[in-house]
Design a protein around this ligand. Structure first.
Ligand SMILES: [Mg+2]
Length: 275
């Protein structure tokens, strides 16, 4: 039986440009809010276009645990023993339990190979570690983790005028294209951050036997499905202080870009909503 009015908080967050600064990849300014969430046992679900290997490395650095939504909602990974998951939906992968929502990377790559015939696309799978390192500003060891993709492809499009036609081709093949902060993303139709957030929320609510009050953080258009899927959406500004165009009921606009804005907005929500 659900207890009325006793909803528990769950935080969902994008990484780049939200929890972590876009320019210097720093997240230290978010430390106070991260500590507060841990003290109060509020789950923090990372929800990013990054790969499983990148996110688990980041969690380790931050000293946090919890479920992760990777590659724009292509897959959800739960640590072993974290919650009870619906029977039949789970694959064990890398010591984590995975709910697959996207398409396997091999199929996305086949589509990218087809697209290369008519479009100026260049994906992570076409690039050397050195190139990915240069484009992202990540050191080579971290660039290699970014290339360990399982569900989606990141790519650059030299001539962005081609985008509408490329989107049409993608749709006809069961894929779609979305824009992240630095790259375009190609992924299987029907999976996005919002679908994954809804699935995780449902799993928590079932495990807790009470409702969840969800908070979401994002800065880019690929975060819009995440922000639409949560009860309290928080939009983080770009480095220059401007916001992506988004109009949602109750949308909170963070006071600063990156981890500093994340920290302030997160602490404020916890102070006003934690029960
Ligand atoms: Mg972002």
């Amino acid at each position: 039986m659900k207890r009325k009015g006793k909803k528990r908080l769950i935080f969902f967050t994008d990484i780049d440009g939200s929890l972590m600064n876009r320019g210097d990849y720093s997240w230290e300014p978010a430390r106070p809010a991260l500590n507060r969430l841990q003290e109060l046992n509020i789950p923090l679900v990372i929800c990013t276009s990054r790969t499983r290997m990148e996110v688990t490395a980041i969690q380790e650095e931050m000293g946090i645990t919890g479920p992760i939504i990777v590659e724009n909602g292509g897959g959800i990974f739960f640590p072993e023993g974290y919650v009870t998951l619906p029977v039949g939906s789970v694959i064990i992968s890398g010591g984590l339990r995975c709910i697959l929502l996207g398409k396997p990377y091999g199929r996305v790559r086949s589509f990218m190979d087809e697209a290369k015939g008519g479009f100026s696309v260049r994906g992570f799978g076409d690039m050397s570690v050195g190139e990915v390192s240069e484009l992202t500003g990540l050191p080579p060891d971290k660039a290699a983790l970014a290339q360990a993709r399982e569900f989606t492809e990141l790519f650059v499009l030299e001539n962005e005028d081609e985008l509408p036609d490329l989107e049409l081709l993608a749709r006809s093949r069961g894929f779609f294209i979305t824009r992240g902060g630095r790259f375009f993303h190609c992924m299987g139709m029907g999976s996005d951050k919002g679908v994954a957030v809804a699935r995780v929320q449902e799993i928590f609510a079932r495990n807790w036997n009470r409702g969840a009050l969800t908070v979401g953080f994002g800065d880019s258009p690929n975060d819009f499905p995440l922000l639409k899927a949560v009860n309290i959406p928080i939009l983080i500004p770009q480095e220059d202080g401007t916001f992506e165009e988004l109009d949602l009921p109750g949308l909170i606009r963070a006071p600063h870009p990156g981890s500093r804005g994340w920290n302030e907005a997160a602490l404020q929500v916890v102070a006003s909503k934690h029960r």
